[in-house]
Write a protein that binds this ligand. Structure first.
Ligand SMILES: [Zn+2]
Length: 314
């Protein structure tokens, strides 16, 4: 048996943000300053809402608890996570704790987090990746309106992440016909959009990618990427090389076209300061990504991948 999970309602496409009806007395949770959130909220056309805009980037369980203690007694009708991953992660955790439904509205694209049961929060200073059914959105609203004003580099990193997730997800041993259709469709849409500079198609591609990989997993590319993240390289940028080399290792059907989108987006070669053998040891502990990889991986394979990334032998 296979199970797939996705939000009960997904509103997407042109004017999804302003055409969606939001309940009164909702609590909007965001990370951005009022100059920006005022504009977004006006566009939503939402009335009689409460606003919490003190979520910190890379939020912790303390951010969740701050929302709960400030608003529990004010009894919001629903929680709305408006922003990047940080706002959505806080709402994913806080809403079920408060016994409320949630709407997720991504303003940066790529992670597909609005579609998934994943939630990333810090506990005692350490980032943890949680996955529970209760983190799923009741409604997601996906609108390319937010692309305007997002820095170009953020968009490039996000869209590279979406392509990596779709193609690694397609190859995941945890996948099934449904996830493979979604992942393949996501990459086709994103590939065409990137090669033709149709940025307005990015949010839809990312959304489909989220439904696909969110119901299976990512694989070797993501496992390799975290040693670069540890040295401060943005997630999407590290995947430009890590997923390429992973696709080469796995003989992925997406290898050539993934390389094409990386070249088109203009990513530069990655560097790694850590000792390769020590870095490979760290990667080897990431069973969550390595076990579903389509072919088995040894420590020597990992070292070879890391060497190829450093020398640009992709
Ligand atoms: Zn990712």
């Amino acid at each position: 048996m296979h199970t797939v999970r996705m939000p009960k309602i997904i509103n997407f496409g042109k004017d999804a943000l302003s055409s969606t009806e939001y309940p009164r007395n909702a609590l909007i949770v965001t990370t951005v300053p009022p100059e920006l959130s005022d504009k977004w909220i006006a566009k939503m056309g939402i009335k009689d809402y409460m606003l919490y805009d003190k979520v910190t980037p890379e939020p912790s369980i303390d951010d969740v608890n701050a929302v709960i203690s400030e608003f529990r007694d004010r009894d919001p009708s629903i929680l709305i996570g408006l922003g990047g991953g940080s706002s959505m992660d806080v709402v994913k955790y806080a809403a079920p704790e408060m016994g409320k439904e949630k709407i997720l509205i991504p303003t940066t694209f790529g992670t597909g987090a609005e579609m998934t049961t994943y939630c990333v929060l810090k506990f005692d200073g350490k980032k943890k990746l949680l996955r529970e059914d209760r983190f799923l959105a009741d409604m997601a609203v996906v609108d390319s309106y937010f692309m305007d004003g997002t820095p170009e580099q953020v968009i490039k990193n996000s869209i590279c992440d979406a392509c990596a997730q779709a193609t690694e997800g397609y190859d995941s041993k945890l996948g099934n016909n449904f996830t493979r259709s979604m992942c393949k469709e996501a990459f086709e849409k994103l590939y065409t959009a990137i090669m033709n500079d149709n940025t307005e198609d990015y949010p839809y591609g990312s959304m489909i990618s989220g439904i696909g990989f969110g119901n299976c997993s990512t694989t070797l590319g993501h496992a390799l990427s975290y040693v670069f993240s540890n040295e401060g390289v943005p997630h999407g940028y590290s995947l430009s090389s890590c997923t390429t080399v992973a696709h080469k290792h796995n003989n992925s059907i997406f290898y050539d076209r993934f390389k094409e989108i990386v070249a088109k987006l203009g990513f530069e070669k990655l560097d790694l300061k850590a000792d390769l053998s020590e870095a490979a040891d760290v990667v080897m502990t990431d069973r969550g990504h390595l076990d579903p990889n389509p072919i088995p991986i040894s420590k020597e394979d990992i070292i070879k991948c890391l060497e190829d990334i450093k020398t640009g032998n992709l």
